[in-house]
Design a protein around this ligand. Sequence first.
Ligand code: GUN
Length: 293
Amino acid sequence: MELLDGKKIADKVRNEIKQEVELIKSNGGKVPHLAVFLVGHDGGSETYVGHKDKACEQVGFKCTILRFEDTITEEKLLAEVKRLNQDSDVDGFIVQMPLPKHISEQKVIEAIDPKKDVDGFHPANVGRMVVGFPSYVPATPDGIIELLSRYKIETSGKHCVVLGRSNIVGKPVANLLLQKATPGNCTVTICHSRTKDIPSITRTADILIVAIGQAEFVTADMVKEGAVVIDVGITRVKSDKTKSGWKLLGDVKFDEVAPKCSYITPVPGGVGPLTIVSLLKNTLKASKREVYG
Ligand code: GUN
């Protein structure tokens, strides 16, 4: 069994990006510029946005955080999004989710110019990804592909089972592994809350990707010997064994599943560290006009 070390790969990719930014700068080019909308004071969002800001600084990107109170109207936020669409200094931007209940996340996503949608959430980017055109790929699915690619895990002809059908993980990662590409060329099955007898399906998986947000859902009896297991879950639970009083659990019961695997991601330190790197990759692509020309 080998651990898929997301932190190690994330450091490596970050370094590659940093070197490219140095080259751009030394050639007198424009420094990539990411902007982040942060609405309200959601604790998780504050933390994530802080990490994104720090990651930009590390690789030499410019990062602008646009803060708004949670009383902002939908109309005003949409106007701000449109303003950034027109701001030629900003290469790409994201609107950190969740948004306050009175604002439609879908409307906000659709207001973003697809050329600047470095989250890859706009239907234009989702569609382009599905048909195999260049696109901005959402962070978590891209992180999974990066892990499989850097560890040179064979995917062609393999049966990949995805647990979860969310728009930000399950659906896109299933689509990416279905593509005629490397990694890709998988036979893909997606399971969800209404799927009958999930264990009978997961037991046939060569590659099992779990993104359902239920701590330790996948147990050893659900996994085939030699499978590659990618765990996207992170649930914070109380613990009397850690200094902080909390610990993080994945969607996979790691201790009993790991011995059966050829490769498995730890939680934390698996897919998580790669998600911010994916945002950096997309911002660099945006600044180079790589996706839409
Ligand atoms: N909230 C949780 N994850 C994400 C993400 O990847 N992008 C945005 N914009 N909001 C999020």
